[in-house]
Design a protein around this ligand. Structure first.
Ligand SMILES: [Ca+2]
Ligand SMILES: [Ca+2]
Length: 256
């Protein structure tokens, strides 16, 4: 006898129901200047709410206004660029130097969080050095949350990064943002410098890089060299096209 397929026996068909029943306790803010952030969104654990940060506005304000309408969150994940002791959130660079300016807003995050909630900062080097550790400590004091951040490159291990947040205050019990497979799929680093472009035939006073344009997918760059010489034409000017070449990056690291 052939039994009809029972939809409820298939977990795939039950996803929507489960999402409706399970309250969302974790939220991920992604700064849209992060390269290939669409891949990241697709890879994030489905139990997270995802909010994109507009790169043309103050990111601390954006996070604050979203959190003003949330409660009982157990973890807040912030994926952005970073550098020693600072996180780039939209147009705001949150650092030890300006935490005081944002204290009022940051203190209000508390109302969205449960006791012992975690704030996780994924940007490269945010927790690096004394400034980074002091920044993590102070952010924890202001928000009354446990804070974790990375003291090195965050991103694909083939590019020299990892997804560990080495510096932590309190107990971090947040769910994993990305599965192991997703960590490997995201081929970028959350640092500010990906690579340095140099003209192969550059010369003094060429003004290479005087003008730059990037394609909307971030994979192609057009770099102007305003006073480049061509043959006997002094200062004729030229433009170079660079394509992102992941294979070449891996080869340069001896990993292809
Ligand atoms: Ca905690
Ligand atoms: Ca790390």
């Amino acid at each position: 006898m052939n039994l009809p397929l029972n939809n409820f026996s298939n977990p795939e068909n039950n996803v929507e129901q489960k999402q409706l029943k399970t309250p969302i306790n974790s939220i991920a803010f992604i700064d849209t200047t992060v390269p290939d952030y669409q891949t990241l969104i697709a890879a994030i654990n489905p139990e997270f709410e995802i909010v994109l940060l507009d790169s043309t506005r103050d990111g601390v304000e954006q996070i604050s206004s979203i959190l003003a309408n949330r409660n009982k969150l157990t973890s807040v994940h912030i994926i952005s660029h970073g550098r020693d002791g600072a996180a780039q959130l939209g147009t705001a660079q949150l650092s030890l130097n300006n935490l005081d300016k944002y204290t009022n807003q940051l203190q209000q995050w508390k109302s969205a969080l449960t006791k012992g909630a975690d704030i996780l900062l994924y940007g490269c080097d945010i927790a690096a050095g004394d400034a980074g550790k002091a920044f993590v400590q102070r952010l924890g004091e202001i928000t009354q949350a446990d804070v974790a951040a990375s003291d090195d490159l965050t991103g694909n291990k083939l590019l020299g990064g990892d997804w560990e947040l080495e510096v932590q205050t309190g107990q971090i019990k947040a769910p994993l943002l990305l599965s192991q497979k997703a960590q490997e799929a995201f081929l970028a680093l959350l640092n500010t410098q990906q690579t340095k472009l140099i003209a192969s035939d550059g010369a003094g006073n060429d003004w290479f890089g005087n003008s730059v344009a990037i394609s909307s997918d971030g994979n192609t760059a057009l770099v102007g060299s305003r006073l480049d010489d061509t043959g006997s034409n002094s200062n004729q000017g030229s433009a170079y096209i660079f394509k992102l070449n992941v294979t070449a990056i891996l080869r340069s690291l001896g990993l292809d």
